[in-house]
Design a protein around this ligand. Structure first.
Ligand code: ATR
Length: 275
């Protein structure tokens, strides 16, 4: 039986073991998947011990995604673009680092929510690790506009510079929240950490175009603060990040096992448990 695990600190809350167990059942893959708590100063040693014990791959969560990037011998282009790794695959030729978060977001938006991004106006809120990981996969969908707005504008400008070579036809821009006034968007994605403290980015009113979707990378029971604010401000549809969680897991599973699980059934089951 091939062994996999998610590593983080804290880790007890992680839904990844349940998600991957469901994927394994569906696809008849004979694997185990556990949750491993690493000491804050013991990430590398914990990974090496798991690998030495026969582990084949790991998911990596807070706060170790940058250390996982440093540990990997090789990186996928999307991991390099994100500057962070959430998926490790152990092979004879070393450790491959991937990042499936942005692909999970895009798949949730385009497949689960049926929201095509090509030619649309997309606003990404935040300029931290979560936002950075989303940019290359979002650009791959060829939106007309990808605007990045952040409390600290310099960080949004830095991201625009970093992805200048990847923009294609998309107009990629940076702004403060206040400077968004008067614009409108088809999709607004909250990648700030504001929801963690029940806070919302201070957006000017009227940013949601007709039929627009508000998407929060966070999730929980009921609406997040961002989703509630978006409804009030006229978003036609709102979604939380539970689908992104399941889809990033499906991407990792596909990388490891070469077979894509049916993520929608697993998402529906998780949703039932949360609500
Ligand atoms: P993560 O890995 O979750 O992205 P991070 O790298 O610490 O975490 O980034 C947090 C992001 O949330 C940043 O964009 C941060 O804005 P600043 O760059 O100005 O710090 C944003 N953020 C955190 N709390 C916020 C709040 N209350 N309102 C608006 N933005 C917030």
């Amino acid at each position: 039986m091939d062994r996999y695990a998610v590593i983080g600190h804290p880790i007890a809350h992680s839904k990844s073991p349940q998600i991957h167990a469901a994927f394994a059942r569906q696809t008849a893959q004979d694997i185990s998947y556990e949750a491993i708590l690493a000491p804050l100063d013991g990430f590398v040693a914990t990974v090496q011990a798991f690998r030495a014990a026969g582990g084949r791959g790991m998911n990596v969560t807070v706060p170790f995604k940058l250390e996982a990037f440093a540990l990997a011998d090789r990186h996928t282009p999307r991991a390099r673009a994100a500057g962070a790794v959430n998926t490790l695959a152990f092979g004879a030729d070393g450790i491959l680092g991937d990042n499936t978060d942005g692909a999970g977001l895009v798949r949730d938006l385009t497949v689960n929510l049926g929201c095509a991004l090509q030619g649309r106006r997309v606003l990404l809120l935040g300029a931290g690790g979560a936002a950075r990981g989303a940019i290359l996969p979002l650009l791959g969908e060829r939106p007309a506009v990808l605007a990045i707005a952040n409390r600290t504008m310099a960080k949004a400008e830095e991201l625009v510079r970093a992805f200048a070579a990847d923009v294609g036809e998309t107009r990629l821009s940076a702004s403060s929240f206040a400077a968004l006034a008067g614009q409108s968007f088809d999709v607004i994605i909250n990648a700030t950490a504001a929801s963690l403290s029940d806070d919302v980015p201070p957006l000017p009113p009227g940013l949601y175009a007709d039929g627009a979707l508000a998407y929060d990378m966070m999730y929980g029971r009921g609406d997040t603060a961002f989703m509630a604010a978006a409804r009030t401000d006229g978003a036609a549809r709102v979604a939380d990040g539970l689908g992104m969680l399941v889809e990033q897991a499906a991407e990792s599973f596909t990388l490891w096992r070469g077979i894509r699980p049916d993520s929608r059934a697993v998402l529906a089951e998780l949703r039932r448990q949360i609500d």
